[in-house]
Design a protein around this ligand. Structure first.
Ligand code: SAH
Length: 260
């Protein structure tokens, strides 16, 4: 018997019942599971007979270097038939899947990717606002301002400026810089924005505003440990009456509202 197979599996945005049937079956069969920090404990529990290893990277905390994760996947496949790499949302979006796939290819290990519901789609479902709309929005960009070595910091903002709707991942912590970059790229400060935190989870929250108010509101959001996406575009104008809540009140209300 040769080496086993590595499955890069999307765990979805948080709620355990947003997992695909294929993912659930693989978790049931898994010998070992390497999972992200954001994956729900009930989802990990589906891997009843597996050794479970947390390799989460959450804002630099408890981070395991990517190269080390790649190596562990290869090593595990040498010992086990079914190795699952369980990632938040969809593996192919801001999940470093490329690096893991390259390492597996190089080592001659078979792999398969199982898609998951990405945060942008869970947030949209929650909002009840379509990312696209006839006559108003026909293009969507998924972006992150998080840059790797050698990348130009503002490239992402140009893409956001040219898409009708943009969803920004890993951005809430640098909201002021995001607003500045977008405005510099020609996005109107009056553009409707909504921040969705903990999409699909019981502690979910949303904050509607305009781009110019994003830095102020993000201060409130930053006090919370949950993951959040920033959605931007005219489709969110229908949520703008919610934007009337003053930021100070939002901040005061946050801890109480988030724990419901
Ligand atoms: N592969 C993942 C994204 C990983 S990057 C996916 O497809 O969703 C991590 C970022 O995803 C977070 O910083 C946040 O911007 C976003 N995110 C993940 N889960 C989320 C959730 N439940 N609600 C809102 N944003 C979320």
């Amino acid at each position: 018997m040769g080496p086993g197979k590595v499955y890069l599996v999307g765990a979805g945005p948080g709620a355990p019942d947003l997992l695909t049937l294929r993912a659930a079956e693989l978790l049931r069969r898994a010998d070992v599971v390497f999972h992200d920090a954001l994956v729900h404990p009930d989802t990990i529990a589906l891997a009843a007979k597996a050794e479970r290893v947390a390799v989460g990277k959450r804002c630099g905390r408890h981070s395991t270097a990517q190269r080390f994760i790649n190596k562990r996947l290869v090593d595990a496949a040498m010992k086990h038939a079914v190795v699952v790499r369980l990632k938040g949302g969809d593996p192919m979006l801001f999940g470093r899947a490329h690096e893991e796939i390259s390492a597996l290819r190089e080592a001659g290990i078979a792999f398969e990717v199982v898609p998951g519901v990405t945060a942008a789609l869970a947030a949209s479902a929650e909002l009840g606002v379509s990312l696209t709309r006839r006559g108003l929005a026909r293009s969507v960009a998924f972006l992150t301002p998080r840059v790797g070595a050698g990348e130009k910091p503002n490239d992402w903002a140009r893409a956001a400026a040219s898409a009708d709707t943009a969803v920004i991942y890993m951005g809430v912590g640098e909201a002021a810089a995001i607003t500045a970059s977008l405005v510099e790229c020609g996005v109107a400060p009056s553009t409707p924005v909504v921040v969705v935190e903990n999409a699909s989870l019981p502690g979910r929250q949303r904050f509607a505003m305009t781009l110019r108010d994003l830095p102020g509101v993000a201060v409130a959001v930053r006090g919370i440990a949950g993951p959040a996406v920033i959605l931007l575009g005219e489709v969110y104008s229908e949520l703008q009456e919610e934007a009337a809540t003053p930021v100070a009140e939002v901040r005061r209300a946050w801890p109480r509202r988030v724990r419901t």
